[in-house]
Write a protein that binds this ligand. Structure first.
Ligand SMILES: [Cu+2]
Length: 337
C-alpha cells in the first residue's frame, strides 16, 4: 500500500523533480498558446506535428439577449413554440497535422469528429433527445511567418474549410420512425459551404511570461445544397501564460466571439416549431474566460505536449430563444519532431 502511494506521488511530482534536467531545455511549455487556440505557432523547416484534441462543450438552458428563459417562456401557451431545446452536449475529437516545408510556411490540416446530443421538451410535456455524429468540415490552413525575432512573432493565418461534414443529419430515434426528419441547424455537422478563415496572430515570449493575441474570421461563400448559409464569425482572443516548474505553464485567456444569423433557410425545417429551426435565432456574441495548463512531457527526444483548458462564458447576448453555453473543456496532445 505504502509502495503504491510512493509510486503515485513520484509520478505526480515527476515534473518538479526533473527541474534540473529541464533547465538546459530550450523549449518552454508556454511556447504554444492555450490548447483552445489554433494556428498560434509555426514550425522549423522540415518539422512535423501530430495533434489530437478532445473538446467537450456543455449548453444548458436558454437565453434571449442576456436574459435567461425558462422552458415555459418559450413553449405555448406563454411562448410561441411547440418544442424547446433544454440542453446540448457536444463532444469533438479533433485530429491535426502540421508540416513546415520552409521556415516561412507551416501547413496545417484539421479534421473533427463531432458528436451532438440535444434534449427537448414539448408543449405537451414530453421529453425527447436527438443525436447526430460524424466527421465535420476539413480545415486546411497556411501559416505564414510575417515577422519573427527571438521574442516576437507575427503570423498570417490563411485558412479554408471544405464542406466534408454532413448537412443532412436526420432524426433516427425510434420515436421518429419510420419518417426520419431533418435535424435543425445546430445538430448539423458541417456548414455545407467552402469557408475562408483569414486571421492574424501575434505572440510574445518574455523571460518569465508570454502572451499573445489572435484575430480570426470565418467567411462563408455561396449557399449550401440545403438553401442556406451559416453566419460569418469573428473571434478575438488574447492570453497570458507563465511557466512554472520548467516543464509546466499556466495560462489565462479572454476571448470574444460574434456570430451572425443564418442566411436563407432549409425548406424542410419549420421555424415556428422549435427555435433551433429558425435561421434568425442562431447569432449572438459571447465573451469567454479560460484557464489552462501546458506540460512538456519529460524523457523523449520528440517534443511531447499535454495541455488542458477550461473556458466559461462571462457574458453572452444571443438572438434567442437560443441555448446558452456554460462550459467548454479542451484536452490536447501534441507530438512534434
Ligand atoms: Cu504545431
Amino acid at each position: 500500500m505504502i509502495n503504491k502511494i510512493q509510486k503515485i506521488c513520484s509520478i505526480l511530482l515527476l515534473p518538479f523533480l526533473l527541474n534540473d534536467v529541464a533547465a538546459d531545455q530550450t523549449v518552454r511549455a508556454d511556447s504554444h498558446a492555450p490548447i483552445g487556440v489554433m494556428g498560434d505557432h509555426t514550425h522549423e523547416a522540415g518539422e512535423f506535428m501530430w495533434s489530437y484534441r478532445l473538446m467537450y462543450m456543455q449548453m444548458d438552458g436558454n437565453r434571449d439577449g442576456t436574459n435567461r428563459l425558462a422552458p415555459s417562456d418559450i413553449l405555448r401557451p406563454a411562448g410561441q413554440f411547440m418544442v424547446t431545446p433544454l440542453d446540448m452536449d457536444m463532444t469533438m475529437h479533433m485530429f491535426g497535422l502540421m508540416y513546415a516545408p520552409t521556415s516561412r510556411w507551416t501547413l496545417m490540416w484539421m479534421l473533427p469528429f463531432i458528436d451532438f446530443s440535444m434534449d427537448h421538451l414539448t408543449a405537451m410535456g414530453v421529453n425527447f433527445t436527438t443525436e447526430s455524429d460524424g466527421f465535420g468540415d476539413l480545415k486546411f490552413t497556411g501559416l505564414y511567418s510575417l515577422h519573427k525575432t527571438d521574442r516576437n512573432q507575427w503570423i498570417l493565418n490563411l485558412g479554408v474549410s471544405l464542406p466534408t461534414g454532413s448537412i443532412d443529419e436526420q432524426d433516427v430515434t425510434p420515436a421518429s420512425a419510420p419518417n426520419a426528419t431533418q435535424l435543425p441547424y445546430p445538430m448539423q455537422l458541417g456548414s455545407g459551404t467552402v469557408d475562408f478563415m483569414p486571421g492574424i496572430t501575434f505572440t510574445s515570449s518574455q523571460l518569465s511570461y508570454s502572451w499573445g493575441a489572435q484575430l480570426m474570421a470565418v467567411i462563408r461563400n455561396g449557399e449550401n445544397d440545403n438553401d442556406y448559409t451559416l453566419g460569418n464569425k469573428l473571434e478575438i482572443t488574447t492570453w497570458y501564460a507563465r511557466p512554472f516548474a520548467d516543464r509546466w505553464s499556466w495560462s489565462t485567456r479572454l476571448s470574444y466571439q460574434d456570430l451572425d444569423n443564418i442566411d436563407g433557410a432549409d425548406p424542410r425545417l419549420n421555424p415556428m416549431m422549435v427555435p433551433t429551426a429558425d435561421p434568425d435565432r442562431r447569432g449572438g456574441t459571447r465573451v469567454d474566460f479560460g484557464f489552462g495548463l501546458n506540460l512538456i512531457m519529460p524523457g523523449t527526444d520528440k517534443t511531447n505536449r499535454l495541455a488542458l483548458e477550461i473556458e466559461t462564458p462571462v457574458q453572452q447576448d444571443l438572438d434567442g430563444p437560443q441555448l446558452e453555453t456554460d462550459l467548454s473543456i479542451t484536452l490536447g496532445w501534441q507530438l512534434s519532431y
